[in-house]
Design a protein around this ligand. Structure first.
Ligand code: HEM
Ligand code: HEM
Length: 104
């Protein structure tokens, strides 16, 4: 129930976040995606918070979504355990990598 609820909440964050992200990357001043402006955006607390929330949402939403599909098709508990462990590991590694990029 809580996972289903969070899937919808993160879906909503993604909907809003992707509109902002897509607009910023494609429809605003082209200088917005130069090395200098990305670095300056990543030094602002607002964009750090935005990117962290966006990153957390996309990772939770994507991996929880895949997990939801897996439990519909896989019944073998050993295979389920292996898949759960793999998904968790990949998600945590991606999150750490993303956070390092945003914060440092
Ligand atoms: C505009 C952005 C997005 C919105 C509004 C959104 C919304 C949703 C919602 C409401 C669900 C739940 C469907 C249900 O329970 O029946 C869902 C499922 C899912 N989403 Fe998203 N999503 C978005 C972006 C993404 C992205 C970027 C990814 C990939 C990283 C993704 C991957 C998934 C997956 C794998 C599922 C599970 C599908 C299933 O159960 O069949 N979504 N999404
Ligand atoms: C062609 C399309 C895209 C371009 C050119 C692009 C470009 C960028 C750039 C330059 C950044 C660095 C932050 C900033 O400058 O504000 C960034 C960060 C990010 N983007 Fe995108 N992006 C695209 C599509 C997407 C999509 C479709 C998603 C999600 C489904 C996404 C998710 C993210 C996340 C989560 C971050 C923060 C990543 C981190 O450093 O940890 N992006 N993107």
């Amino acid at each position: 129930m809580i996972m289903w609820f969070l899937q919808r909440i993160t879906g909503l964050i993604l909907l809003i976040g992707l509109i902002i992200h897509f607009y910023l990357m494609h429809y605003s001043n082209p200088d917005n995606i130069s090395f200098e402006s990305v670095i300056s955006r990543l030094s602002s607390p607002f964009w750090k918070t935005f990117d962290t929330l966006f990153l957390l949402s996309v990772i939770y939403h994507g991996f929880n979504g895949i997990w939801g599909i897996i439990i519909e098709y896989v019944t073998n508990t050993r295979k389920l355990r292996i898949m759960k462990f793999s998904l968790y590991t990949i998600a945590v590694l991606l999150f750490i990598q993303g956070i390092i990029i945003i914060l440092y």
